[in-house]
Each structure stands twice: as structure tokens, then as C-alpha cells.
Write a protein that binds this ligand. Structure first.
Ligand code: CA
Length: 377
């Protein structure tokens, strides 16, 4: 079997209402998808996290080096492609492009052998995962403490056992929002906060100390990803576990993070950090360092499916025991018109639980008709 064609798709959809995290407003959702076809007619799908115009351009530039190669040789193709661009792209868009390609190759590999991808990554460790609701962004209108509390209570009513609140809007406002959300969800639901690295260590420490009584499961991206000493200073000052890693890439990048012990929980994005091949390696490295691993997920149903296959193959986050801590699926609950529309069967949480698709490869079917609505010329 040989790789015959590699196509990219840039999709875009306008939102009905804009929403904001700590550093920007969103009014559009975009997606960069990779489609790989083999000479015996198999098609694999992948997704690149990051700016779709840039990631798909890099995928197209990588394609000539992959066409004619055996798509089952995922590790070799990953390393060859990485090595070809190593001098120019050890992180960022280059690795995001490689991630989309790698995921599409795993989709092909699973389809070739007729099993879900996780079956080929060490075997399925589970068939379902608990999802947490990512939402609780800021809106143009209304009082944040009111609408955030109401939104959080809605996730609990849907069956979610964990929710994540966006912070980074100023310590006082964050404190009020965190208290309001904790009050709304009650004591038994996990609450995480995410600053999207909008703070320095001084402000992050002030916030962390004040929200500690709200029983915070993790504080995500409190400070910029490059600021390892800032992470360490914060870590020494709070009992809240620190999470991050959606801006880090490959085994090489995560080696530095692990050695520094800056984070308690690694959150590589499967569509950014190097794809399924690389993220399984990073997860295994994390266990050797005694650091937890909980993937970052953001994107369409292809990204969700790839993350689910990885989660299916991961061991527990903590050492094996009768009650190990399992990784959760990050489930973005904000508006994304493309997310489920391109899947023939949507991936949906039921009572906060998501089933890992059991079909071959990523376990999903793509609805090409839906592309027409979102495709960017
Ligand atoms: Ca995040």
C-alpha cells in the first residue's frame, strides 16, 4: 500500500454570538483538515490545531515527501518528515501540520487492519471516558457571575462531573466568577480554571491563593509557556495542581517540561504536539516522571475522535491501583458549527460520558456534503 494523494481542507463558520477568553474574542471557527488517500482506495482523516491557512500550507509542502511511501510506517514517516524540517520548525505550525498527517495515517492504519486506532497503540484500555465541559467564556452582554453560574449549572444538569472556567480577566473578577461557579455546581463537581497564560507569576499566585478554598482541580496555563521559573514559583506558592502544555510540541519539547517539573499535569494537544504517534510517546514519558497526562482538545469531530483514540490507549494518570485517576476528555461546549456537522454520526456526551468510537481507524465517517457549507475557496 502506498500514499497516493494528500489533500487539505480549510473550513470556516461564523458564530451567532462572539465569545472571549483572556486574550481575544472569537467570532469565527476555522478548521484545517488533512485527507490522505492510498493506492488501494483507503482514505484517512486528520486535523491540525492552529491557524488553518498556515498548517494546511505546511501539510501541502510536506506532501511530496510522503507520496509513494507506505502509510503504515507511521514512526518512520514521522521522523523523516520531522528531520527534513528540523532546522526550521521544531515547534509550532510545522509540528501542527505533521500532527494532522500522522493522525490521518493512523486512520488509514486502523482501516487497513479493521480495528480502532487505539487497538494498534497498545490495545484499548477502556471503551468510554468521562468528559469535562470546556465553556464558561465571556460574552458581550450580561453580568459574568450571573451567566457563568447559570451556564455551569446547565453542564451539571446535562450530567458533566467536571467543568472548566476561563479566568485571566483580572484577579478580582476571576475570584468572583470562580466563587459563583463553585456555588452553582455544588461541592461534588470538579472545577478547573484556565488563564490561557494571561498572567505573570505574581498575579497568578495572588489568584491561586484566593481560589484555593473553591477546591480547584487544576490551574491551567497560569503564566506564559516559556516562563518555567514562573511556573515553579507559582507551584511552590499554591496547593492547586498546575496544568499546561497545549503550546508545547514533540517528545523533545516535553522532555524539557518534564525535567523542569514545572507542571503537575501535561496537556499536549494531539492535533498539535505531533499526532497520535508522538502523543503516545509523550504520555509514556510522563508516566516515567510521575506526571499526569490529560490531553488538550479543541477542534472538529476529527480532533475529538483522534483524542478519544489516544485516551483509549492511555493507562491511568496515577500509578496502577484499585482507584486510579483516569484522564478526562476535554469537550468544548462553545458554539462550533463545523464540529459535529462533518461527522455522519456525532460524538456526544451522555451523562458526561463519551463512548470511544469502535469503528476502524478514528472510528468516524466524514460527511463530505457538509464541507460545501464551510469550505473556504
Ligand atoms: Ca486551555
Amino acid at each position: 500500500m502506498k500514499i497516493k494523494n494528500i489533500w487539505t481542507h480549510v473550513l470556516s463558520a461564523k458564530l451567532s454570538q462572539p465569545f472571549a477568553y483572556s486574550r481575544a474574542w472569537y467570532d469565527t471557527r476555522m478548521a484545517g483538515l488533512v485527507e490522505i488517500e492510498t493506492d488501494d482506495g483507503l482514505v484517512g482523516w486528520g486535523e491540525c490545531y492552529g491557524p488553518a491557512w498556515m498548517t494546511t500550507a505546511v501539510v501541502n509542502a510536506m506532501a511530496p515527501g510522503l507520496i509513494g511511501q507506505d502509510p503504515l510506517h507511521t514512526d518512520r514517516l514521522w521522523l523523516e518528515t520531522y528531520a527534513r524540517l528540523r532546522d526550521h520548525g521544531q515547534k509550532g505550525v510545522t509540528i501542527e501540520a505533521l500532527s494532522g498527517i500522522d493522525i490521518a495515517l493512523w486512520d488509514i492504519k486502523g482501516k487497513h487492519f479493521g480495528v480502532p486506532a487505539c487497538q494498534l497503540m497498545g490495545g484499548a484500555q477502556r471503551t468510554e471516558v468521562q468528559a469535562y465541559a470546556t465553556g464558561l467564556y465571556r460574552r458581550k452582554f450580561g453580568n459574568p457571575t450571573d451567566y457563568l453560574a447559570e451556564e455551569a449549572a446547565g453542564y451539571v444538569a446535562e450530567g458533566f462531573k467536571a467543568v472548566k472556567l476561563k479566568v485571566g480577566f483580572g484577579v478580582e473578577e476571576d475570584l468572583a466568577a470562580t466563587r459563583a461557579v463553585r456555588e452553582a455546581i455544588g461541592p461534588d463537581i470538579s472545577l478547573m480554571v484556565d488563564a490561557n497564560h494571561a498572567y505573570d507569576a505574581v498575579a497568578a499566585t495572588r489568584l491561586a491563593r484566593q481560589i484555593e478554598p473553591c477546591d480547584i482541580r487544576w490551574f491551567e496555563e497560569p503564566v506564559p509557556p516559556e516562563d518555567l521559573p514562573g511556573h515553579l514559583a507559582l507551584k511552590a506558592a499554591t496547593s492547586i495542581p498546575l496544568a499546561g502544555g497545549e503550546c508545547e510540541f514533540t517528545r523533545f519539547g516535553f522532555r524539557e517540561l518534564l525535567v523542569s517539573r514545572a507542571l503537575d499535569i501535561l496537556q499536549p494537544d494531539t492535533c498539535a504536539a505531533g499526532g497520535l504517534s508522538e502523543c503516545k510517546k509523550i504520555a509514556d514519558m510522563a508516566t516515567a516522571f510521575g506526571v499526569r497526562y490529560n490531553p488538550h482538545v479543541w477542534g472538529t469531530g476529527v480532533a475529538l475522535a483522534a483524542s478519544l483514540q489516544l485516551l483509549g490507549a492511555l493507562g491511568p494518570q496515577t500509578p496502577p491501583s484499585l482507584a486510579p485517576l483516569e484522564a478526562m476528555l476535554e469537550f468544548d461546549r462553545t458554539e462550533h458549527p463545523i464540529r459535529q456537522a462533518i461527522l455522519t454520526t456525532p460524538i456526544k456526551p451522555v451523562d458526561g460520558i463519551v463512548q470511544i468510537p469502535q469503528g476502524p481507524g478514528l472510528g468516524i465517517e466524514i460527511d463530505r456534503n457538509a464541507f460545501k457549507r464551510f469550505a473556504v475557496a
